[in-house]
Ligand binder design. Structure first.
Ligand SMILES: NC(=O)c1ccc[n+]([C@@H]2O[C@H](COP(=O)([O-])OP(=O)(O)OC[C@H]3O[C@@H](n4cnc5c(N)ncnc54)[C@H](O)[C@@H]3O)[C@@H](O)[C@H]2O)c1
Ligand SMILES: O=C(O)C(=O)C[C@@H](O)[C@H](O)[C@H](O)COP(=O)(O)O
Ligand SMILES: [Zn+2]
Length: 354
């Protein structure tokens, strides 16, 4: 078992990564909560696969359980679903000593975490991530949110879970598209923070290799993420590096109403478009954009979209790295390196052009 401690003072917690640990999750959750009631926030697909089993495990530990099930997909990570979830928590009669468990990918994780942060002004929650993306990124670090038509994750909070429980074996039921979606964020992490992981992904023969090494991949990405979150929990500096590819990526996701691309696909398009431009500007070593593009394409992840420069710029106006009329861009000068650069919004076009 791999245990990674997230050192955030009173908000500290442990990420436990262990293949075949699923059947022990009920006991692990009981060790983290003395609550009477557990609300499991999940989506319909994940509920069908794992919901009843988790409920049984939790009941065996003495919890009263209610499964609160949303429709799957980014286009449901919104205020409407959030409203339904917090009302369902009220209907369940939860008190401040009770528990929310988010079971699923980043969508129920972000939305359920925000429900936990808001209901009664905060009840404990535990992340049980079941996608690669959620195991390597979204379940860690306490960013919880929902989307608005105006932009991604525009309503949310920083609210840390009490623990994160991962069983990489659960990834075996994922559709290929979502395995690849998570790989886009793995490639993001490797691009700015782990050249050895980047090279390993280049050497893998394909999906089977990724699944066979899922525990190591999650541990590598979580370690990188934990380090920056510990340094800058509130995203005012160092943490912004985790947003590589997201400035353009979020604009692309929003432009297509969160329906055309998964989050990882948007990030992939964003990483390649930005890095091609920073190469032309002499900020990135020649060949870097192509190396990122080739690795993404190896896993069938889209790297191009015809969205116009104007539409990208319009989508970036609500980016959370914007302060006044300046925005911080995350640039990869070479694989394994990172740079934050403040740019006037008026000078942004050459960085985002297609
Ligand atoms: N909070 C953060 O730090 C952070 C970081 C990265 C991404 N995110 C957010 O995460 C979201 C994307 O997460 P995602 O890619 O996990 O999407 P998701 O939650 O929509 O999951 C993708 C699909 O996989 C299905 N699924 C989940 N687990 C499964 C399993 N084990 N077997 C079979 N099917 C399964 C789901 O039903 C869904 O259809 C975005 O909203 C993004 O903004 C947040
Ligand atoms: O945890 C972070 O910080 C990240 O930026 C991780 C990203 O992969 C993730 O998509 C995050 O939700 C983006 O945050 P936002 O502040 O740009 O909405
Ligand atoms: Zn992301």
């Amino acid at each position: 078992m791999e245990k990674i401690f997230v050192d955030l003072g009173k908000e500290s917690y442990t990420i436990a990564i262990e293949p075949h640990s699923w059947s022990g999750f009920g006991k692990k959750i009981r060790a983290l909560s003395r609550g009477d009631k557990a609300a499991v926030i999940t989506d319909r697909t994940v509920d069908g696969l794992y919901g009843a089993d988790l409920e049984q495990q939790l009941r065996a530990e003495g919890f009263q359980v209610r499964r609160l099930v949303m429709e799957p997909g980014e286009d449901h990570k919104n205020l409407d679903t959030f409203g339904k979830m917090v009302r369902a928590c009220a209907d369940f009669g939860m008190t401040r000593s009770d528990l929310v468990i988010t079971l699923g990918g980043g969508v129920p994780g972000d939305l359920g975490g925000f429900a936990a942060a808001s209901f009664l002004r905060g009840v404990d929650f535990i992340q049980v991530p079941t996608t690669l993306l959620a195991q390597i990124d979204s379940s860690v670090g306490g960013k919880v949110a929902v989307d608005l038509p105006e932009g991604k994750n525009l309503v949310g909070a920083f609210y840390q879970p009490k623990g994160v429980l991962m069983d990489p074996v659960l990834l075996r039921s994922l559709d290929r598209r979502y395995l690849h979606d998570g790989l886009a964020e793995v490639i993001k992490c490797a691009a700015f923070g782990d050249p050895d992981l980047f090279a390993a992904l280049e050497d893998f023969s394909g999906d089977e290799d990724v699944l066979a090494h899922a525990a190591e991949i999650s541990a590598a990405c979580c370690r990188i993420k934990v380090k920056v979150v510990e340094e800058d929990e509130r995203d005012v500096g160092a943490r912004m590096v985790l947003n590589f590819g997201h400035t353009i990526g979020h604009a692309v996701e929003r432009y297509y109403h969160y329906e055309k691309y998964t989050h990882g696909e948007g990030v992939a398009i964003g990483m390649v478009r930005l890095t091609r431009n920073t190469e032309k500007m002499g900020l990135t070593e020649p060949g870097t954009a192509d190396r990122i593009r080739r690795l993404l394409q190896k896993y069938d992840i889209p790297t191009e979209d015809p969205i116009s420069d104007e539409d990208v710029l319009a989508g970036i106006t609500m980016d959370k790295k914007k302060r006044g009329n300046q925005i911080t861009l995350v640039i990869v000068p070479a694989i394994g390196k990172r740079m934050l650069k403040k740019v006037d919004f008026a000078d942004l076009r050459p960085y985002v052009k297609g």
